[in-house]
Design a protein around this ligand. Structure first.
Ligand code: PMP
Length: 362
């Protein structure tokens, strides 16, 4: 068996140790005689699995007691809609920071709801979404229901290096592609959300962490599935949760804790991303367009000096076991996603290939 280095933006690589453990436990979880996939979500075994996953996630992120951790479905995309539905509370305006393709989707969903003015507190559109607007240039609305930003733009490769300061207005962040990549002060957030399929586990699970004083405020009232209050009250078991995805996420959390938690993960991510950016910056064949202060540690887009070589580049990469380097269909070029589970050896193998290809074809 040969495992590739998978640079996919998501669903993405998982730690090999987690996959091995899941394989070992596939037919018989801890002597229960069943696979986790076959368990009742209300049985003692799965209750234990879900509780351990939540406890480990809380420990990793330092989630304050006053915040609820929810294991939901519907992807980050459903959160684009649940957030305004639940948090508008009759306010006239919501603030969004526009930094690229994913903030655009969040903004579009809030606008589609049509219940409040969707105000762009800041936008990076003037420089093709290659930077994060400095906070002193934002125009925040004092009466906003919340401020939303996308902590890491998975397509553009633009990441916030700071947590915005928004006073008493609830701060909401889409952390789909950089959750668990670095420590964050969760007390600063009213709500964060993330699809699991990048840094957490299998697709199908969505994590929402919400401060208690934002739960149950939907006005007008919502149908149960759309209301955070339902899921808080039911401990994420209002309906059948994505049980196997929660189990794998739990293994990922335990693995991260065993490897030193998020401070250690951040060090590894700094080392991996620096290796790649330093190589790209030193080359006149490859270009990354992003402002160095806003470069993502998770998603590194780059272009070749001659785009007619893209197909050859990708074919050569695949031969070396370096897969999924093609950039998002909306922007073209290349993108290397180097989430927590990508070992530094994978980044070294990529840099070696980049150098070899530029020498041969540049
Ligand atoms: N936000 C960000 C930052 C993303 O990267 C993605 C998916 N790539 C989404 C939202 C949408 O997530 P989902 O497909 O889970 O709805």
């Amino acid at each position: 068996m040969t495992r590739v280095y998978n640079f996919s933006a998501g669903p993405a690589a998982l730690p090999e140790s987690v996959l091995r453990r899941a394989a070992e436990e596939m037919l018989d979880w801890h002597g229960s005689g069943q696979s986790v996939m076959e368990m009742s979500h209300r049985g003692a075994e799965f209750t234990e699995i879900a509780a351990a996953a939540e406890a480990d996630l809380r420990a990793l992120l330092g989630v304050p007691d006053g915040h609820h951790v929810l294991f939901l479905q519907g992807g980050a995309s459903l959160q684009f809609e649940m957030i305004p539905l639940n948090l508008l509370r009759g306010r006239p305006v919501v603030d969004y920071v526009h930094t690229g393709e994913w903030s655009k989707k969040a903004i579009g969903a809030a606008r589609a709801l049509g219940r409040a003015e969707v105000h762009l507190a800041a936008s990076a559109e003037d420089r093709s979404f290659t930077y994060v607007p400095a906070q002193d240039r934002w125009s925040l609305s004092p009466d906003a229901a919340y401020v939303h930003y996308t902590a890491n733009e998975t397509i553009g490769g633009v990441e916030f290096g700071f947590v915005p300061e928004v006073g008493d207005v609830p701060l909401v962040a889409d952390m789909s592609s950089d959750i668990l990549s670095r420590p964050v002060d969760m007390a600063r957030f009213g709500l964060i959300y993330a699809g699991a399929q990048k840094n957490i586990g299998p697709a199908g699970l969505t994590i929402v962490i919400i401060r208690d004083n934002l739960v149950g405020l939907a006005d007008p009232p919502l149908t149960p599935m759309l209301d955070y209050a339902t899921h808080v009250k039911a401990g994420s078991m209002h309906n059948t949760p994505p049980t196997y995805a929660i189990y794998i996420a739990g293994l990922v959390f335990a693995d991260l804790l065993a490897r030193g938690g998020l401070a250690a993960a951040e060090e590894r991510n700094i080392a991996k991303s620096a290796l790649l950016y330093e190589f790209l910056d030193g080359s006149d064949f490859y270009t990354n367009p992003v402002d160095p202060a806003a470069r993502s540690r998770m998603n590194v887009p780059f272009t070749l000096a001659d785009p007619s070589l893209d197909a050859d580049f990708l074919a050569g990469a695949k031969e070396r076991g370096l897969i999924q380097l093609k950039g998002h269909r909306s922007v073209g070029g290349m993108r290397a996603s180097i989430y927590n589970a990508m070992p530094i050896e994978g980044v070294r193998a990529l840099v070696d290939y980049l150098a070899e290809f530029a020498t041969a074809r540049g």
